[in-house]
Design a protein around this ligand. Structure first.
Ligand code: FES
Length: 82
């Protein structure tokens, strides 16, 4: 989304440390790489909640923004529809 210049998933440190890109992947395959436990707990990880900068889709995925910036990203628009 960043490359496409689209507003969507917030971008911060890009290294799995700040947590602004926290999303809930509700469908689709992905690989999650190492990320800060202070941002995503093991329970959240098991539910598909990840940091977008540390998750790599293996095809189409559906997700919702759940991180610190959710109000900014979703203001005035239906959120959670991908
Ligand atoms: S951009 Fe900071 S954790 Fe993803």
């Amino acid at each position: 989304m960043e490359v496409l210049g689209r507003r969507g998933i917030p971008v911060g440190c890009r290294g799995g440390g700040c947590g602004v890109c926290k999303v809930h992947i509700t469908a689709g395959e992905y690989e999650a790489r190492k990320m800060s436990k202070s941002c995503v707990s093991d329970e959240e990880l098991a539910q598909g909640i990840v940091l977008a900068c540390r998750a790599f889709p293996r095809g189409e995925v559906s997700l919702t923004v759940v991180g610190k910036m959710v109000k900014t990203v979703c203001a005035g628009a239906p959120c959670g529809s991908d």
